[in-house]
Design a protein around this ligand. Structure first.
Ligand SMILES: NC(=O)c1ccc[n+]([C@@H]2O[C@H](COP(=O)([O-])OP(=O)(O)OC[C@H]3O[C@@H](n4cnc5c(N)ncnc54)[C@H](O)[C@@H]3O)[C@@H](O)[C@H]2O)c1
Length: 375
C-alpha cells in the first residue's frame, strides 16, 4: 500500500482551508499508516487560491474543477462548495474516477442525495460524507455506551447543534441563508448531518416526526448598502418517534442558527432507565453519565484528549474543531485503505440519504401542520 494519498480540494473557502490545515499538521497523529498530501486546489475565485500558495505540497491551482479532475496525480477529491453545486460536481468527481470525500448535506435535497448515492455505488469509488463531531472523545464514549445496551429501556434522546451568530441582524447575507443555494431545508441542510449522524449510526431513525420551523429575520444586509431576502429556515426543532428495542422512543433533533449564547454547541443526550449519557461541546473534555442504584447519580468524567486515533497531544488537554476534523480524515483514509477495523467510520452515502429523508418529512410536517412519516 502506498502510504501517501494525493488529495485535491474543490472549494477553497472556510472548509477547504480547514482541511488543508488538518493535513499540514498530520505529523501530530501517531502510528497512522496513511498520509494525505494536498496536491491541488480549485476555486472559481482566483483570490481564494492565493492562500493555498503557502502550502508547500500544492502544485495545481485551478479555477475550473474539470481541470483539477483531469489531473492524473490526484487520488481523492474533497468538495466543499455551496449546496446547489454538490450534485453536478460530485458526479464529475466520480466520472473522473476519483474517490470522493463529500461535504454535507450531500446534495441540495433528498432527490439529489439519492442520485449521488446511486452514482457513487455504480462507480465503485469510495465515497464518504463529512461529519466530524462524532470523533470527539465524549461523543465516542456516548456512542459506545448507547450502543452497548447499558442504558436500559430508552426513555428519550436529544441531539442538537446550536449557533447564535445570526442573532446579529446586521450580519450580511451569504449563500447559506438563501434557499436557491442552501436548499429549501435551510438550517437542516446546513447543520443537520451533525445532529442526525449518531442517532442514525445507532439505528435510531425516527419513523415519524412533527417539525417546528422558524424564519426569524426575513431580510439581511446585502453587503452593498441594501437589504436582501433571507428565505431559509433559521431554526428547526423536530419531535420524532423512533422504535428502539421494540418501543416507541421520543427523539428530539434541534438545529438552530439563532440560539442565544451558543457559538457552535453540539449536544447528544440519551436517557435510559438504568443509565444515561450527556455530552456537549460546551465542556469539550467532559462526559456526564447518569446511573441508577439506590440513589440516582449524574457522574462527571474528564476524558481529556482521548481521541479515537492517537496523537502527540497530552492526554489532559482539550480537543477542538481542528482536532476532530483531522480525526475524521484519519478515519476516511483508513477506511478507504481497508484498515479501519471496528473503529468509527465517516458518514456513509446511505446515512446522508437517510438524513435528507428526515428533512423532507420535516418540510411536509411544517407545511401541513401534522405528524408525517419519514422516508
Ligand atoms: N463539516 C463542517 O463542519 C462544515 C462546516 C461548514 C461548512 N460545511 C459545508 O462545506 C461546504 C462549503 O461550505 P463553506 O463554509 O466552506 O463555504 P464557503 O462559502 O466558505 O466556501 C465555498 C467556496 O466554494 C467556492 N466555489 C463556488 N463555486 C465553485 C465551483 N464551481 N468550483 C470551485 N469552487 C467553487 C467559492 O468561491 C468558495 O471559496 C458546504 O457544503 C457546507 O455545508 C461543512
Amino acid at each position: 500500500m502506498n502510504p501517501v494519498v494525493r488529495v485535491g480540494i474543490i472549494g477553497g473557502g472556510l472548509m477547504g482551508r480547514e482541511v488543508a490545515s488538518a493535513f499540514g499538521r498530520w505529523f501530530a497523529l501517531l502510528d497512522l499508516p496513511v498520509r494525505p498530501e494536498l496536491v491541488g486546489v480549485c476555486d472559481v475565485n482566483p483570490a481564494v487560491l492565493e492562500w493555498f500558495r503557502q502550502v508547500p505540497t500544492v502544485r495545481h491551482f485551478d479555477t475550473d474543477h474539470r481541470a483539477l479532475l483531469a489531473r492524473g496525480d490526484i487520488d481523492v477529491v474533497y468538495v466543499a462548495v455551496p449546496h446547489h453545486l454538490h450534485e453536478a460536481i460530485y458526479a464529475d468527481v466520480l466520472a473522473a474516477g476519483k474517490d470522493l470525500f463529500a461535504e454535507k448535506p450531500f446534495g441540495i435535497d433528498l432527490a439529489a442525495a439519492r442520485r449521488i448515492r446511486d452514482l457513487g455505488a455504480k462507480s465503485g469509488r469510495f465515497v464518504r460524507v463529512s461529519s466530524e463531531f462524532p470523533f470527539l472523545p465524549g461523543a465516542q464514549r456516548a456512542f459506545q455506551l448507547a450502543r452497548s445496551g447499558a442504558l436500559g429501556r430508552l426513555i428519550e434522546v436529544r441531539s442538537a447543534f446550536l449557533h447564535s451568530s445570526d442573532l446579529d441582524p446586521k450580519k450580511p447575507i451569504n449563500w447559506k441563508r438563501q434557499n436557491r443555494f442552501c436548499g429549501e431545508a435551510g438550517v437542516m441542510n446546513d447543520l443537520g448531518l451533525h445532529v442526525a449522524h449518531l442517532p442514525l449510526r445507532l439505528g435510531w431513525k425516527p419513523e415519524s416526526l412533527f417539525a417546528q420551523l422558524q424564519k426569524i429575520y426575513p431580510q439581511r444586509p446585502d453587503g452593498r448598502g441594501g437589504m436582501a431576502a433571507c428565505d431559509t429556515w433559521d431554526n428547526a426543532t423536530l419531535h420524532g418517534t423512533a422504535t428502539i428495542g421494540g418501543e416507541p422512543v421520543p427523539l428530539k433533533l434541534e438545529m438552530k442558527r439563532l440560539a442565544p449564547t451558543e457559538t457552535n454547541t453540539w449536544i447528544f443526550e440519551a436517557l435510559g432507565t438504568d443509565h444515561g449519557v450527556r455530552f456537549s461541546t460546551k465542556e469539550p473534555k467532559t462526559l456526564w453519565r447518569f446511573r441508577r442504584d439506590q440513589e440516582q447519580w449524574w457522574e462527571k468524567t474528564d476524558l481529556g484528549f482521548a481521541t479515537p486515533f492517537k496523537t502527540i497531544t497530552g492526554g489532559i488537554f482539550e480537543p477542538g474543531f481542528p482536532d476532530i476534523l483531522q480525526q475524521m480524515w484519519a478515519a476516511f483514509l483508513l477506511e478507504r485503505a481497508g484498515l479501519l477495523g471496528d473503529r468509527f467510520g465517516c458518514a456513509t452515502p446511505d446515512e446522508a440519504v437517510a438524513h435528507h429523508e428526515l428533512w423532507a418529512a420535516a418540510l411536509a410536517s411544517h407545511r401541513e401542520q401534522r405528524v408525517c412519516r419519514v422516508g
